[in-house]
Write a protein that binds this ligand. Sequence first.
Ligand code: IPE
Ligand code: IPE
Ligand code: MG
Length: 244
Amino acid sequence: MNDKSLPKHIAIIMDGNGRWATMRGESRSYGHFKGTEAVDEAIQGCLSKNIPFLTLYAFSTENNKRPEDEVNNLMKLAVDAVNDNIDRLNENKVKVNVIGNLETMVPEVVEKYKWCMKETENNDKLTLTLAFNYSSRDEITRATKKITQDVINNKITSDDINEELISKYLDTNNLPDPDMIIRTGGEKRLSNFLLWQASYAELYVTDTLWPDFKKENLLVAIDDFMNRERRFGLVTNKNFKDEK
Ligand code: IPE
Ligand code: IPE
Ligand code: MG
C-alpha cells in the first residue's frame, strides 16, 4: 500500500565527484566541475514532475578541512557556476535560495549567492536551495543561540519553545521538510545534512556517482519513493486488521 503522491521536496547529497574523476585519471577538481554540470539534470527532473523544492548539499562545513587547493577550487567553482547558469535558471523560472553559515563563508561566494538570489527572486517554478558551508549541527547551534538571545531580550519566553518555533529559527524556515533524501556515490550516511528536517524523509542511496546522475536517474528515484509506504509512526488499516 502506498499513497502514490509525488515528493514535494527532494534533497540530494551530491557525492562522488572525486571518485568519478580519479577513476578517469583526472583531478578531483575536474570531478567537481563535472558535478556542477549535473545540477541541471536534477533541475530538469524536478521541473518535468512539477516538484517545487529541490535542495542540494554542495559543500559541508567539514569540507573546509580538505586540502587548501581543493577548497579554493570549490569556492571558485561556486562563483563560476552561478555566472555560467544564471540565464538558464531564469529561463527555467528557478528561484535560488542558500542555506549555511554565511559568517564563515568566503566573501566572494556570499556576494555571488546574494546576487543570484536577487536575480532569481521572482521565479516561481522551482525553489533550488544550495546548502553551502552547511552542516546540520552548525545550523542547530546557530538557531539555539538566536532562540536564547530572543528569550534574553524578552521577544519570546521559554514556554514558546516548541518544534514549530525551532523549525522557524533554522536556515530552512521557509521550506517544507524534505520528503526524500537522495545520496549518490553509495555511502549510507547523512554526513551532517538536514538532521532535524529529515526526521521522516525517505532515504534513497544509489551507487551512481554524482556527475553520472541524470534526469532519468532522478525519475527512477521518484518512482521508488512513490512505491513506499510512509507511516509517520502510525499503523495502516492493513496492519490494524491483523491485530483482530
Ligand atoms: C562531493 O564529492 C562534493 C563535495 C563534497 C564538495 P566528493 O568530493 O566528496 O567525492 P568523493 O566522495 O571523494 O568521490
Ligand atoms: C557530503 O559528502 C557533503 C557533500 C556532498 C557536500 P562528503 O564526501 O563530504 O561526506 P563523507 O565525508 O563521505 O561523510
Ligand atoms: Mg564524498
